[in-house]
Ligand binder design. Sequence first.
Ligand code: E4P
Length: 216
Amino acid sequence: MKFFIDTANLAQIKEANDLGILDGVTTNPSLMAKEGIKGNDAILNHYKTICELVDGDISAEVLSTDFESIIEEGKKLAAIHPNIVVKVPMIKDGVKAIKWFTDNGIRTNCTLIFSAGQAILAAKAGATYVSPFLGRIDDSGWDGVQLIEQIANIFAIQGFKTEILAASIRNANHIIRCAEAGAHVCTCPLDSILGLLKHPLTDIGLAKFLEDAKKM
Ligand code: E4P
C-alpha cells in the first residue's frame, strides 16, 4: 500500500518525506486555504514547490465544475510537473472530463466518492485513482472501511486498473483497516501516520533496554 500525506503544509510534507515512506501528496481547496494560499499564481507555485519536495504523485484539485473549464484548469495543473494528478470531483461533467484527461494522457484522481456506484463510474472513465472519503462516512454513522472493501472486491472482479485511494483518514487504525480492506493507497494527516509508530509496550521495552544497557 502506498502512503500519501493529506495536507498542503510544507513542514508536515517535509517531515513525512524525511521518514522515507512517502509516496505522494493530496491536497484540496480547504487544505490550501488553511495554509493561506490565495490567487492563481500562488496556487500553481505551491503545487510546484510540493512537486520539488516529494518524488511521487501530487494531487491538485480543479475548482471548476463545468466540462470546458475543468479541462482548461486541469491542463494548466498538469503542465506544472509530470507528477501532477488532476483531482476532479464526482459530478457528471467531472466524469466526462476524467474520460477526456484519460484519452489525452493526463492522470486523474476522482474525489468525493461516497458509494460503490460512483467508484465504478470513475473507473469506467479511466480515473487513475478514486478517493472514497471514509472518515466522513464514519462521521455520518456508517462504516467507511466497508465501502473500501466493497470497491476493492468490485475492482478485482471487474479487472479495473483504477487504484483505490482511501481518503479522509482520521487515525492510525483507519490506515490498518484500509490496508486489510485492499486499498492501494492511504492519504493521511501526519498525526495518523505517526500514530502507527506508537505502542506503550515499545516505550516500556525501550526504557528497560536503555536502563539495562547502563549495566553493560
Ligand atoms: C482527499 O484527498 C481529501 O483531501 C481528504 O482526505 C478529505 O478529508 P477530510 O474529511 O478530513 O476533510
